[in-house]
Design a protein around this ligand. Structure first.
Ligand code: C2E
Ligand code: MG
Length: 865
């Protein structure tokens, strides 16, 4: 919206430039009319020439004022009409009595007019012209009409008119400037200014009011304010207040800032802040109202409120814990989730310092982080930390902190978000525990033991005494597993772990390495104390374990490595203890052995041999050779014993005693045993088919095979598949087997016996077997006398007596007696005389491959040996 008033005000208007015609014309028009009327009254019958000239001049002046675009001419041109007016008045005066004419007073009009509307210069010109208009007739005409005294009067008048004119003009201009200044301030104001008179009519309406309410000044001025800008609901109240103010000079709406609603041209309402003051004027009481549109502020307030509400909701209802924290670390505000997380109420936590419930180990770190946030070193902070729950337990939270600062960068508060990660932390802890512990016994595992050994070795430098590693292997654990089941085996391991734990100092570590192997790490211990400990472990484990009603005890072989060299590796330490344990096992189990360097060489040689043997089995280098057994009285071959041989690519044919012990320490013996059994039955069947004697085939069984879970199944299956007569299969076992697991061995033997297989006891008399034991066994068909008994029979009587006793005892138990390792004809002859049933040995025939034996077995026999 443009403002013509303002642009026009930029250059002050001069009288004849004023756009309002009335203002330009009325003084002159009125004077003209007065002059005409006066002329008619004063000189009704006289000569009208002067009068006509005056009237014509007045008319011309009026027409000029209206028609001429004065603003286009120089300012001085505006003085012309008043000057002509002066001339016209001079004519009129002359016509009505000259100096005494009543019209002389009209001479003052141009001066007065310029005083009000003109400039000082125009007043000056005007005063001079008027002086000339009054003075000139005195000089030119003179006489009674214009006495010379007029000159003096003219002079006085001129001085008075000029002085008054200049000072009044100055006052008027000053007043006008003030008015313009006020007006420009009000127009430029960003508040609506509405002036209302005592009747409630709008008298002033500035530009901002135009913008705010939508009415131009022309439209608004003179209208009733209540009707125009006050909403209908409060209109009558407003009117009432105006009336009250007019009558009493008082109203609550006066003199203070109040919030009201305004009505726009489009009938929409908007909030306003209004201040009304009153001014007493000649026209009565005037109300000046300043109105400030506060819709934007209201919108902003509303938006802020909304934002705050949203924030409050998001904060209070968040699923994760949140807190607004002061720079000092106090919780200004906390949400429900946090309160729940910590087991307290929101009210309890508000005002709380986070330090009070932070775990002491996290306190310093968090406090340092808060200080760094406050000074602006960092803007965010993230950490996992611990709080104390109301019930005293520790909870883990993932903390995320960010800072809210004021525009100057000063920290206002900190927003902390906290997520309960206790479960995850615990799971991690569990995982870490699982990774370093044996799940069955809960003991540290190999990895953790390695770790602890590493630390113990590092501490060795500062310690006086060495450290010891004990390697334990339970003897015959596999038998427990196989006979009582894995659950019982597991329980045994758990109980063993408990017993070991009870024997140790808190600083010692007991670990389970896997299977039935345990290791113990002791620091600061003497060799003697270690030996004592090993002894106590042996005793403790030898006491009965009760597993599901089965009572059993275990023996353990313990290897001890003692070291005070901090540079040794944990691996070496453990390997040394392992080698020592192996030594203890080979020395007859159920004992302990200290590590000595040569054990390492033996141990590693053993491992290599085992690996080589495994490859040999896979490569088919293991074969069965056969050694004949002859009936001593008839000299006839009655059977053959299968003996394993290793056809070694480098060392040639190797005897069973060279590799069977290695195989017996591992499961390899099972594979070898199966192979020999299969081969033996296959060859024997072939011989039978080819019409040979119905030879008995003897196969050796190791303890591990016999007490293993599969033996009876394996044999039954073989017999089934091959159709081989069970009674011709003889299975040999040594009394070493009984020493290890008598119960298991007896059970397996009776199963085998049930299959119809013949059982034989090998190497009788060498081990711990006794005659009483034989009595409790299932039917044993054959008893083999060990070569060591045979060796002396041709020399001393005592040796012979022993053999005789065995033969008698065996015969009494219905057993066939076979002498082993018969090397000479003398031995064979003596044995026959002593009543021995059969013999086997190099004298009769060395073990040979099946093909070489064929002829001898297929034949009827060789006669007496
Ligand atoms: P064993 O069952 O007592 O076997 C007899 C051993 O005496 C054989 O040794 C045999 O070669 C040897 N021998 C035979 N005649 C004479 C002789 O006149 N004088 C002397 N000094 N020795 C003689 P080998 O083959 O080295 O077997 C040693 C042991 O290995 C066997 O003792 C047996 O317990 C075991 N063995 C052999 N083959 C197998 C097998 O396939 N499975 C199992 N589990 N053990 C086997
Ligand atoms: Mg044998």
């Amino acid at each position: 919206m443009t403002n013509p008033q303002l642009t026009e005000q930029a250059a002050p208007l001069r009288p004849l430039e004023h756009p309002g015609l009335a203002r330009r014309i009325w003084p002159f028009a009125i004077c003209t009319l007065i002059a005409l009327a006066a002329a008619l009254i004063v000189r009704p019958g006289g000569d009208p020439v002067g009068l006509i000239a005056a009237v014509a001049l007045f008319a011309a002046i009026a027409a000029t004022i209206v028609a001429v675009p004065w603003s286009r001419f120089r300012a001085g041109a505006q003085t012309l009409p008043p000057l002509f007016f002066v001339a016209a008045v001079a004519f009129l005066r002359h016509d009505t009595g000259g100096s005494d004419s009543a019209f002389s007073a009209l001479m003052a009009l141009p001066v007065a007019w310029f005083t009000l509307y003109g400039t000082a210069y125009e007043i000056g010109v005007c005063v001079v012209v008027v002086a000339v208009g009054l003075g000139a007739p005195v000089a030119l005409i003179g006489g009674p009409d214009y006495p010379s005294a007029d000159l003096l009067r003219t002079l006085v008048l001129t001085v008075v008119a000029g002085t008054l004119g200049f000072s009044v003009n100055k006052l008027v201009r000053l007043q006008r400037e003030r008015e313009e200044e006020t007006s420009s301030i009000l127009e430029a104001a960003h508040e609506s200014f509405i002036s209302v008179d005592g009747e409630g009519l709008i008298r002033r309406w500035n530009r901002q009011a135009e913008r705010d309410f939508g009415y131009t000044a022309d439209e608004a001025l003179g209208r009733e304010a209540a009707e125009l800008v006050v909403p209908a609901v409060v209109r009558s109240e407003f009117r009432g207040e105006i009336v009250r103010a007019v009558q009493t000079g008082r109203s609550p709406i006066l003199g203070r800032r109040i919030e009201v609603r305004g009505l726009r041209r489009d009938n929409s309402e908007f909030p306003l802040e209004m201040t009304i003051s009153t001014v007493e004027t000649a026209a009565g009481l005037q109300f000046h109202a300043f109105l400030h549109d506060i819709s934007e502020r209201r919108d902003a307030e509303f938006n802020l409120q909304q934002a705050e509400e949203r924030f409050r909701r998001a904060f209070d209802d968040a699923a994760i814990g949140m807190a607004l924290t002061s720079p000092e670390g106090r919780w200004l505000r906390v949400n429900r989730a946090l309160a729940e997380m910590l087991g307290k109420s929101v009210a309890d936590l508000t005002g709380f310092s986070f330090r009070e419930i932070t775990h002491p180990e996290d306190r310093d770190r968090d406090t340092a982080a808060l200080s760094a946030l406050v000074v602006g070193e960092i803007d965010r902070y993230q950490a996992e930390k611990r709080y104390f729950h109301a019930d005293g337990s520790v909870i883990w939270v993932n903390l995320n902190v960010s800072v809210v600062r004021d525009p100057a960068g000063k920290m206002l508060y900190v927003i902390a978000q906290m997520q309960d990660v206790t479960e995850r932390r615990e799971a991690q802890k569990r995982l870490a525990h699982e990774a370093s512990h044996d799940p069955l016994t809960g003991l540290p595992n190999r990895a953790l033991l390695d770790d602890r050994m590493g630390m113990a070795l590092a501490r060795l430098r500062r310690s006086e005494l060495p450290l010891a590693v004990l390697f334990l292997d339970l003897d015959r654990f596999k038998l427990v597993n196989d006979s009582l089941g894995h659950e019982a085996g597991d329980r045994l391991l758990v109980e063993v772990a408990e017993r070991l734990g009870r024997l140790l100092r808190p600083s010692d570590t007991v670990a389970r390495l896997g299977g039935d192997e345990f290791a113990i790490l002791c620091e600061d211990i003497t060799p003697d104390a270690t030996a004592t400990l090993a002894g106590r472990i042996g005793e403790s484990l030898a006491r009965d374990f009760n597993l599901d009603g089965h009572t059993l005890s275990v023996t353990t072989s313990i290897g001890i490595a003692i070291d005070r060299d901090p540079d040794v590796s944990p691996g070496t330490l453990l390997a040394n203890a392992d080698a020592a344990m192996y030594e203890a096992k080979t020395r007859g189990r159920s004992r302990y052995a200290f590590f000595a360097t040569e054990m390492r060489t033996r141990a590693s040689g053993r491992l290599e041999a085992e690996a080589e043997l495994r490859e040999a089995i896979e490569a088919g280098q293991i074969e069965a050779h056969f050694q004949p057994q002859v009936d001593l009285s008839e000299g006839r071959v009655i059977g053959i014993e299968a003996l394993a041989r290793w056809r070694h690519p480098e060392h040639g044919l190797m005897s069973a005693s060279d590799f069977i012990p290695i195989a017996e320490e591992s499961d390899l013996i099972v594979a070898i045993g199966d192979r020999v059994l299969e081969a033996s039955v296959a060859h024997a069947l072939a011989w039978h088919k080819r019409g040979g004697n119905r030879l008995r085939v003897t196969v050796n069984l190791s303890a591990r095979q016999l007490t293993g879970p599969e033996i009876s199944g394996t044999v039954a299956n073989l017999l089934d598949r091959s159709g081989f007569p069970p009674e011709l299969l003889c299975l040999e076992m040594t009394d070493r087997t009984f020493a290890e697991d008598l119960e298991g061995a007896l059970e397996a033997m009776s199963d085998l016996r049930d299959l119809g297989v013949t059982l034989a006891i090998d190497e009788f008399g060498v081990g711990t077997s006794n005659l009483g034991l034989l009595r409790g066994m299932p039917e044993i068909g054959v008893l083999k006398i060990d070569p060591s008994f045979i060796r002396g029979i041709d020399g001393g009587r005592a040796a012979r007596e022993l053999v005789v006793a065995v033969i008698h005892m065996a015969h009494a138990l219905d057993m066939e007696v076979v002498a082993e390792g018969v090397e000479t004809a003398t031995e064979a002859g003596l044995l026959r005389e002593l009543g021995c049933d059969a013999a086997q040995g190099n004298h009769i025939g060395r073990p040979v491959p099946a093909a070489e034996l064929d002829e001898r077995i297929l034949g009827v026999g060789q006669g007496r040996p």
